[in-house]
Design a protein around this ligand. Structure first.
Ligand SMILES: Cc1cc2nc3c(=O)[nH]c(=O)nc-3n(C[C@H](O)[C@H](O)[C@H](O)COP(=O)(O)O)c2cc1C
Length: 355
């Protein structure tokens, strides 16, 4: 099979693979640029770039400057496609989006909440708006509101299924019936939710699916079901270029299937992570002192939280995995070696062609 290109608005990517944004400094310029250089779309995560001990203005300034630095670094390393990832529930999401647009980013991927006001923040139609959803219903709500309020439609959707890493857009009850929410079952709902808007706006709204995509065979299967591309996170963690610590990557390489668990994040959403010393301590009624001068997440229940999720992710990102949270996708245990992004793309493309 010839590998189809992925078109998102005015962006064309030669390989239909989007590297998922991975927050708190896992996917920064090094990984994103390497992916873009192989013909995929590389995503810089704008999440957790601030100093969690800083107060509002200072936090926002540090965050903004760090994002600018990462975008400029990436642009120096590649002429390929770079997106930024942001969470709707971040207190400074609007500032980060405006910053990215000013720096010339042409694709904003936004999850963790319904980004109903996004077209008001990004008025420039040449910037592609790509919400992350976990159901056709959520896609339908976004499309309806954007159409009515702004006369604009989405340039694409990321459909993230329940096998993904990080925070998940499913309840614990849904995760107990995981087979009912497979990408294979969710994709037709999203395709049907976008259909009338594709007709009205006379444009294709590509759906990119993510969560548990591991090899070229998985990619081929998703394309055959109507997806325009895939988003992959976990497989990019154990690449040489991934910006996270060696210890974080090593935790993936050593994890068995049983080590991968669903946690209740202090943000109130379920998430998937590796069960390590930190999580065991927290399970045994551990509670850490939280200093939170800024409140980086609007949804965080600071008074009830057992730990600061930003601090826990930062610890593991910097190598202190015994005191940190290690987000991962369900298939992390299948990774058994560290490779370069180039090697990973060669492997995936060969498998995709053969499938
Ligand atoms: C370590 C890690 C951190 C992540 N952080 C974020 C994030 O900050 N924002 C987001 O939208 N998705 C995040 N994700 C989800 C990825 O962008 C991607 O959609 C998902 O990992 C795809 O599933 P896969 O890991 O099975 O390939 C994260 C995933 C991982 C593994």
């Amino acid at each position: 099979m010839n590998i189809p290109k992925l078109k998102i608005g005015n962006i064309t990517s030669n390989i239909p693979i989007v590297q998922g944004g991975m927050g708190v400094r896992v996917s920064l310029s090094s990984l994103a640029a390497a992916v873009a250089n192989e013909g995929g779309i590389g995503t810089i995560s704008s999440i957790g770039l601030g100093d969690i001990t800083a107060h509002k203005n200072e936090y926002e300034k540090i965050s903004r400057e760090a994002l600018i630095r990462e975008i400029r670094k990436a642009k120096n390393m590649t002429k390929g496609n770079i997106a930024i990832n942001v969470m709707e529930v971040l207190s400074n999401s609007e500032d980060l989006i405006r910053t990215a647009v000013k720096e010339g980013i042409k694709m904003i991927v936004i999850g963790a909440g319904l980004p109903l006001k996004l077209p008001a923040i990004v008025e420039d139609n040449s910037v592609n708006l790509v919400p992350i959803v976990s159901s056709g219903r959520a896609a339908g709500i976004i499309l309806r509101v954007w159409d009515r309020r702004y006369g604009r439609t989405a340039d694409g959707f990321i459909l993230e299924g329940p096998l993904a890493g990080g925070h998940l857009g499913f309840s614990n009850e849904q995760l107990d019936q995981i087979d009912d929410y497979s990408l294979e079952k969710l994709l037709p709902d999203v395709l049907s939710a976008i259909k009338s808007y594709e007709e009205k706006y006379d444009k294709k709204i590509p759906v990119i699916v993510g969560g548990g995509i591991f090899d070229g065979k998985d990619i081929a299967r998703m394309l055959s079901l109507g997806a325009s591309g895939v988003q992959m996170g976990t497989r990019f963690v154990c690449t040489v270029e991934c910006d996270v610590s060696h210890e974080f990557k090593q935790a993936y390489l050593e994890a068995s299937e049983d080590d991968i668990v669903i946690i209740k994040s202090p943000v109130g959403m379920p998430g998937r992570a590796i069960k390590n010393k930190f999580l065991k301590n927290m399970e045994n009624n551990g509670k850490l002192k939280i200093k939170c001068p800024y409140r980086c997440l609007t949804a965080c229940k600071v008074d009830k939280a057992k730990y600061c999720i930003a601090k826990a992710l930062l610890n593991s990102c910097e190598g202190d995995v015994d005191n940190g949270l290690i987000f991962c996708g369900q298939n992390a245990h299948r990774i058994n070696k560290k490779v370069s992004v180039k090697e990973l793309f060669s492997e995936l493309c060969a498998e995709l062609k053969a499938a």
